[in-house]
Design a protein around this ligand. Structure first.
Ligand SMILES: [Zn+2]
Length: 348
């Protein structure tokens, strides 16, 4: 029987890994000089002393099948717009029309909203079920189930006025390579807009989604600014989501562990880390068992109720937390590609 807790190092060998050579920052390529900040299943988290990015090493991005399995709860129903989507749509510095490509477009909720205000929209997404939903539910024609680099090869001349990638960058093992692909699809002087989880947010304890193989990097405002500026972009907006009552209640609820939810759930549900170690068939079996277990549905309801119960306390605490400078979950950024400036001619 498979152990509930993965063996040390097993995650590192389960996903596509890079060599165990010395860790170097995947954004600025400086070798890690300090001790690791944290170790998780044999993978270390390092903080770059040059660009401020936190990154896991050695680890690689899981394949499309893992994303389809891990995110299957979000690929067959309309989803509300995320904070990053809303910030972009309301950003006075962002364009309001033109050709827009959304990388990791999910079920197409943001693409539909962008189309409705005047953008000519295209999306790419790993998850085939999400792509199918985007086409059928929102009537989006140009949504493709493929990686962005495959899309670029398929439409070599395609150029977009805006390339967006909301909650995508933190999943990349090679963020610079990913940004280069986005740049190749971007018109001269074009915009990128994105959001990532804010590493400096208010939180208590461990957030399981923030670990490999789900998130491979952790971004601060400084890390994001350094990354985009060093890759030829000018930052137009950089916004930390403010802490709201709902998020504060979730954090308080997570910090208040009673054990009741786990007892009701019975067998521990597989984490995203567990899923990374399973074969495709094992993943399907595990998720099917989970969906059939009444205990897990009750546990999910209990967890939700517990968070709701924390709202009065969160509302009381919120002014103090904001005064302390505590922020919400997301970091949003709008940046514009700088025009290439050639070196001035020299007299000889
Ligand atoms: Zn760096």
């Amino acid at each position: 029987m498979r152990p509930c807790v993965p063996e040390a190092s097993s995650l590192a060998t389960a996903v596509r890994t890079k060599s165990n050579a010395q860790a170097s920052c995947p954004a600025c390529y400086l070798a890690a000089t300090a001790e690791s900040l944290e170790v998780f299943h044999g993978i270390s988290l390092y903080g770059c002393t040059s660009c401020d990015l936190h990154f896991w090493h050695p680890v690689g991005k899981p394949d499309a099948a893992w994303y389809e399995m891990a995110y299957q709860g979000r690929d067959h129903r309309p989803m509300p717009l995320e904070p990053g989507h809303r910030f972009f749509l309301a950003d006075p510095l962002a364009p309001k029309c033109g050709r827009l490509l959304d990388i990791g477009c999910g079920v197409g909720n943001f693409l539909a909203a962008a189309r409705d205000i005047g953008f000519e929209t295209t999306g790419v997404e790993f998850d085939r079920a999400a792509v199918s939903f985007a086409q059928q539910h929102y009537g989006l024609q140009r949504v493709f189930a493929m990686r962005p680099e495959i899309f670029r090869a398929m439409e070599p001349g395609a150029q977009f006025d805006v390339v967006t990638f909301f909650e995508v960058l933190e999943h990349q093992d090679e963020p610079t390579r990913f940004l280069n692909t986005a740049k190749e699809l971007l018109a001269p002087n074009g915009f990128v807009a994105l959001s990532v989880p804010n590493r400096d947010r208010w939180q208590k304890g461990v957030e399981p989604l923030d670990y490999p193989p789900n998130h491979l990097t952790r971004w601060s405002p400084a890390a994001l600014r350094n990354f985009l500026e060093s890759n030829g972009f000018e930052i137009l907006s950089l916004r930390q989501e403010s802490l709201n009552v709902r998020r504060a209640a979730q954090v308080l609820s997570a910090g208040l562990r009673t054990g009741l939810v786990s007892r009701v759930a019975g067998e521990r549900p597989p984490t995203l880390t567990d899923l990374a170690e399973m074969s495709s068939d094992e993943m399907q079996d595990a998720m099917k068992r989970l969906s059939e277990r009444r205990g897990h549905r009750v546990a999910a309801w209990l967890a939700h109720s517990k968070s709701l119960a924390m709202i009065p306390s969160a509302a009381l605490l919120l002014p103090y937390l904001r005064w302390q400078g505590e922020t919400g979950l997301y970091l949003y950024c709008l940046a514009r590609r700088k025009q290439h400036v050639s070196s001035p001619a020299r007299w000889h």
